[in-house]
Each structure stands twice: as C-alpha cells, then as structure tokens.
Design a protein around this ligand. Structure first.
Ligand SMILES: N[C@@H](CCC(=O)N[C@@H](CS)C(=O)NCC(=O)O)C(=O)O
Length: 226
C-alpha cells in the first residue's frame, strides 16, 4: 500500500493525523504540488483530478478524497473508533466533516488560492486551469470566520466536537485551522473555547505526523517575503 501525499498539505495532514491516532504506518510517496507534479504525468493514474492525498492498494486499486481514505482505514482497523460508535455519533461526525470541508477548507482555499502568485491559473486544486478570482479572497475569509464561530459555540458544550472523545471531526477542524492560520485568518481572541481546544489538538503527538503549513512555513506573507 502507498499513500501519495504532500508533507504539509492540509488534506494530506488529515489522513496522516488520523493514521497516527490509530497507530497505523503506511509508506508515503511525496508529490510536489507547487512544482505541479500532481497535475502532470503518472499521478493522474492515481487520481485523475490531480488532488492529494491518493491511496494505492497492493492490488492496484486507488482511493482518493481524504474522508474516504480515513473511512477505509476505520473499516480495516476499527480501534480506536474515530468515526463515532452510535448512530447519532456517526452522523454527527459526518456533519462536522462536511462543515469542515464546505465552510472551513473551501473557505481557506478560496482565500489562499486566489491570492498566492504560484497558483495563478490554479484557482481550484488539481487539474483546473482556472484563473484566480480576487473577490473570492474576502468570501473565503467570511466563510472561515463563520466556521470559527460554530466551532467555538460547540466547544463550549462538549470537550470534543462529537462527545467526550476525539474523532475525525476534530482532526478535520484542526487541519482547517492550521491552513487558515497560514493564510493569516486568525482565531478571534473572543473564541476562548476554540483557542484552548486548538492548542490541545496541536500538542497531541499525532499532530506532528505531518507538521502542517504553519509550523513548516509560517504564513503566506513569510513565504512571499513580506
Ligand atoms: N476533497 C479533497 C480535497 C483534496 C485537495 O484539495 N488537496 C489539495 C492538497 S491539500 C491538492 O491536491 N492540491 C493540489 C493543487 O493545488 O494543485 C480531499 O478531501 O481529499
């Protein structure tokens, strides 16, 4: 089995942190996103849309989409359960995963991709050839701020997003926030529950299985020499 990934990309981080929480080791193949290795050549056999992560099974079959890859490993290695145990928990994990994707990850991606010069004509991840749309920068920021508000409210009710123990929902939200901080979308000071939870998540051993963009590179301004 091989996991095609990028050492600091947020959706790859989701899978690596998930695997680390389960104690599963899968060999990785590093793919250079900035250099465009994901959108040309052999990687398109793994995932035709050129997005990472991508999983290759020993029999040659492939899976992409971070949530689907995590689901596969949950089925193979049910302990510890990270996708919920009761019908309600399983549905609630999926609810928070979808919020993390649509409100969080896409919001940061809009904010970041539409102003990062190396992604000119790469406005959508993967094989897109879509020009940057500057208006999406602000829309992305607003979406992330709304996501932060939902997280802070929920974490005032519960230690983790779904009940008393960690699930993929928490891992997803942590990876969104790390990407958002890289894109200089700070968590408001008033969101004290969210800030404390995030510090706890980032201090877990699993968080270092893929360092994340902020620890690796600082911020978009730093990368651009600002
Ligand atoms: N919904 C997909 C999103 C995958 C995605 O956007 N991956 C990014 C890395 S975090 C990517 O492949 N970027 C390639 C690019 O920017 O060209 C998932 O959850 O796996």
């Amino acid at each position: 089995m091989k996991l095609y990934e990028n050492a600091i990309a947020p959706n790859c981080r989701r899978v690596r942190v998930f695997l680390a929480e389960k104690g599963i080791d899968v060999p990785g193949v590093e793919i250079d996103i900035i250099g465009g290795q994901n959108i040309s050549g052999d990687y398109l056999e793994v995932n035709p849309n050129g997005q990472l992560p991508g999983l290759e099974l020993d029999d040659g079959r492939h899976l992409s989409e971070s949530a689907a890859i995590c689901r596969y490993f949950e089925e193979l290695h049910p302990q510890p359960p990270l996708l919920g145990t009761t019908p309600f928990e399983k549905a609630a994990v999926q609810m928070w995963e979808r919020r993390a994707d649509f409100e969080g990850m896409l919001g940061v991606a809009d904010n970041f991709r539409n102003r990062f010069p190396p992604f000119e004509n790469r406005g959508i991840a993967g094989t897109s050839n879509v020009p940057q749309i500057p208006e999406l920068v602000e829309r992305g920021r607003q979406s992330v701020q709304r996501f932060y508000g939902h997280l802070d409210k929920r974490l005032g009710e519960s230690p983790y997003l779904v009940g008393d123990s960690l699930t993929l929902a928490d891992i997803d939200a942590m990876c969104v926030i790390d990407f958002a901080l890289f894109s200089e979308l700070e968590i408001p000071q008033s969101h004290s529950k969210l800030r404390a939870w995030y510090d706890g998540m980032e201090s877990r051993e699993s968080a270092r299985s893929n360092p994340g963009l902020t620890a690796a590179l600082g911020s978009i301004s730093k990368v651009l020499g600002g």
